[in-house]
Write a protein that binds this ligand. Structure first.
Ligand code: ADP
Ligand code: MG
Length: 696
């Protein structure tokens, strides 16, 4: 297969294949479910299942699997073959029931204490809004996952519910504004994905990378990213070959892989797809991350999706570009040439501003992970303080609205290149403020605080729900008004005035902003335990319960799971460090010190006149550091042991892991890295940062 249009979607049971393979009435019924969210009939499902199976068998499949996203964040699958006994042989069968419902054992997936293990039953249900696809001889059916008693146990169900909710609320408002032809509003997402590629052989020699995804020790390389020579730099042959194969495999799976480039740090890269509906974007982002890792294997590479694989160079994030589109094709966040007169745009802008201000803590919590804590606030990713960037034009418009002044948008200005052969072009109305966590970028908002390994389901269902909530409040305020335009303008003005503190167009990396944000009363939740300290606040619980996204116990389960995962991850990191320290680093430094000592003694035996000061100084320095290192290792071991005493309250336990265990890890690392700089590379047990970052 050489031509991209033919290759694209070849592994997907997409709309074209459904049209070809399904009877007209079945196709129509299925389409109604996909587009309008109508329930699906079992008789329809039977026909769809048969057609899917025939196609999958033609594609070489023997199995099918329900594919779901439990609370671990990564995808899960359990494969069943199509075989059915028939006479003394078998036939290949797949029923509507099997398509609609699967029954994986739910007991080994995190449930946050919702259910006991003896109630192991769980169900997966077909999500017809995300197309089935073929991979490795199996038909993959995207599904949602819940327990026997109906509790939601996955990332997908709340996302789908939030999409429904925001659609309902947006449609109601748009009808008030006279846009009565709108029947559905869809949220769209384009997630830009950053990653590192390193050599597999080097990776295999690093216990920390293998067990935790990041380096727990490692002195800085002499060269980092200070020359800015990697960002958008020419792509190396080996990386280019990887990217080419990745693009092709993603295209076959129907993923709209669009942009690829080198990122800021050495060995760091980015892939961005063209946006799609939130649900498909979520599935495709999961597929993208999986394919990134698989294809790396084929190229003797490893793809690192951890947020901070290397200390001292940039970590990896994910930019969640988000907008809303009507079934009539209008992007509701497109300001048009004159946003001052675009009433619906102003209303959706105001709803988003209000949502981000009122739920800053939730937005911060939804991107909090042990890995992402290394980035937020580290002057490479947006800070932990949530704020919004609107750009000059929109910023000025908002100010004018607040001040009650008239404002006429400049529209798009032309940029004159001043070079005859270069065409002039229109400038975007907003620049890119790379430091803002939540930036308006022309016709969408870009939520930039996500970590690279995060499942985007959670930030998106939260964002959708909070905006839906604001829209529903707006509806209540506006529904009985007679002069709608005046009422909307007054509402927008009030909302923007009340929530203007969340808007910040300046540099988010400065200390002045931290102080200014504190004066404005914005939250600065630096780590996961701090962010989760607000997760169960009443207003947050109520947001999801009232809007029927998750129940209170399901919401609490999510809280418990995130905190537990955080503690487990830090625990694994600490144990890995201890293992490396005791089994590799301490013996290596001891051996090197021994070699130096032997060398000095041998020199002395030969003649007193031969200087041994170099050996002696190094022996002294390393021996002192080693004493400290062994002591710090023991302290870390103690801290890990003492975690037993903090087994009660989950939040308190997370705070303990942050303040006691993680803090000790940092101290141990500092001594270890300092020893690395003095130890001969032949003796150091691990590949260095120079090898890892410049080894491809
Ligand atoms: P950058 O952030 O580097 O400026 P782009 O502006 O090209 O990059 O777009 C980044 C991402 O935003 C892409 O995935 C793109 O498809 C996505 N995007 C563009 N329009 C929308 C939209 N209306 N809704 C959601 N995502 C969008
Ligand atoms: Mg971007």
């Amino acid at each position: 297969m050489s031509k991209v249009p033919e290759m694209f979607g070849s592994m997907v049971f997409n709309d074209r294949k459904m049209q070809e393979r399904l009877p007209r009435s079945t196709y129509k019924a299925l389409k109604k479910t996909i587009q309008d969210g109508e329930p699906l009939d079992l008789s329809v499902a039977n026909v769809v299942a048969a057609a899917m199976k025939d196609w999958a068998i033609e594609m070489g499949c023997t199995h099918y699997t329900h594919w779901f996203q439990p609370m671990t964040g990564i995808t899960a699958e359990k494969h069943d073959s199509f075989i059915q006994p028939y006479g003394d042989g078998v036939i290949m069968e797949f029923s509507g029931k099997e398509l609609i419902k699967g029954e994986p054992d739910a007991s080994s997936f995190p449930s946050g204490g919702i259910r006991a293990t003896f109630e192991a039953r769980g169900y997966t249900t077909w999500d017809p809004t995300s197309p089935a696809f073929v991979r490795d001889g199996s038909l993959y059916i995207p599904t949602a996952f819940c327990s026997y008693t109906g509790e939601v146990l996955d990332k997908k169900t709340p996302l789908l519910r939030s999409m429904e909710k925001i659609s309902t609320e947006a449609v109601k408002l748009l009808h008030l504004l006279g846009k009565t032809d709108v029947t559905r509003v869809t949220t769209t997402v384009g997630p830009e994905q950053e990653y590192f590629l390193i050599d597999r052989e080097l990776y295999n020699r690093r216990e920390d990378l293998k067990l935790t995804g990041r380096t727990l020790f490692g002195a800085k390389a002499p060269k980092g990213q200070e020359l800015d020579d990697h960002y958008f730099g020419a792509i190396k042959t080996r990386v280019a070959a990887y990217m080419k194969e990745l693009d092709e495999e993603l295209w076959k799976l129907g993923v709209l892989a669009k942009t690829k480039h080198n990122e800021v740090a050495p060995s760091q890269h980015e892939l961005a797809p063209i946006f799609s509906t939130s649900n498909i974007a979520n599935d495709h982002n999961e597929l993208t991350m999986e394919m990134m890792q698989r294809i790396a294997e084929k190229h003797d590479l490893v793809c690192l999706l951890h947020e901070k694989p290397f200390a001292g160079v940039n970590g990896s994030g994910k930019h969640n570009n988000w907008s809303l589109t009507t079934n009539t094709g209008e992007n509701l966040l497109n300001p048009g040439r004159h946003p001052e007169n675009n009433i619906s745009f102003l209303l959706f802008l105001a709803a988003t501003v209000k949502a981000v201000d009122e739920y800053q803590d939730l937005l911060r919590a939804t991107v909090a992970t042990a890995g992402n804590d290394h980035r937020l606030g580290a002057n490479e990713a947006p800070p932990a303080i949530m704020s919004m960037y609107l750009g000059d034009d929109l910023g000025a418009l908002v100010q004018a609205i607040i001040d009650g002044e008239d404002y006429v948008s400049r529209g798009k200005e032309r940029v004159e290149t001043g070079v005859g052969v270069l065409p002039d072009f229109r400038k975007d109305t907003s620049d890119r403020n790379r430091t803002s966590p939540f930036a308006f970028t022309g016709n969408k908002f870009e939520f930039r605080a996500l970590g690279s390994s995060l499942n985007i389901g959670c930030p998106n269902y939260m964002l959708n729900t909070m905006v839906a909530e604001e829209l529903s409040q707006f509806y209540v305020e506006l529904k009985n008004e007679t002069d709608m335009e005046a009422a909307v303008r007054s509402l927008v003005r009030n909302v923007l005035t009340e929530h203007q503190r969340i808007i910040f167009n300046g540099d988010n990396y400065t200390d002045e902003w931290v102080e200014e944000a504190a004066r404005r009363g914005l939250m600065n939740l630096k780590s996961l335990p701090e962010a989760f300290g607000h997760f169960m606040d009443r207003k947050n619980v109520e947001l999801f319960v009232k809007n029927k996204i998750v129940t209170e116990s399901e919401y609490r389960a999510r809280y418990e799971i995130e905190l537990e995962t955080y503690c487990k991850q830090i625990n694994i990191e600490a144990l890995t460090m201890i293992d490396m320290a005791k089994k590799d680093i301490t013996p290596a430094v001891t051996a090197f010190v021994r070699e130096l000592t032997d060398s000095a003694l041998a020199k002395k035996a030969l003649s007193d006149a031969i200087p041994t000061s170099v050996e002696e100084e190094l022996v002294m320095s390393l021996s002192n550091k080693l004493v400290c290192f062994v002591k710090k290792t023991a302290e870390l071991e103690d801290a890990v042991m003492n975690a037993r005493d903090h087994a009660g309250d989950r939040l308190e336990r997370a705070v303990y892991f942050r303040e006691c265990v993680f803090a000790r890890m940092q101290e141990l690392r500092a001594v270890g890295d300092s020893m690395e700089t003095e130890t001969a590379s032949d003796f150091w047990p691990y590949p260095s940062y120079t090898e890892l970052l410049y080894g491809v």
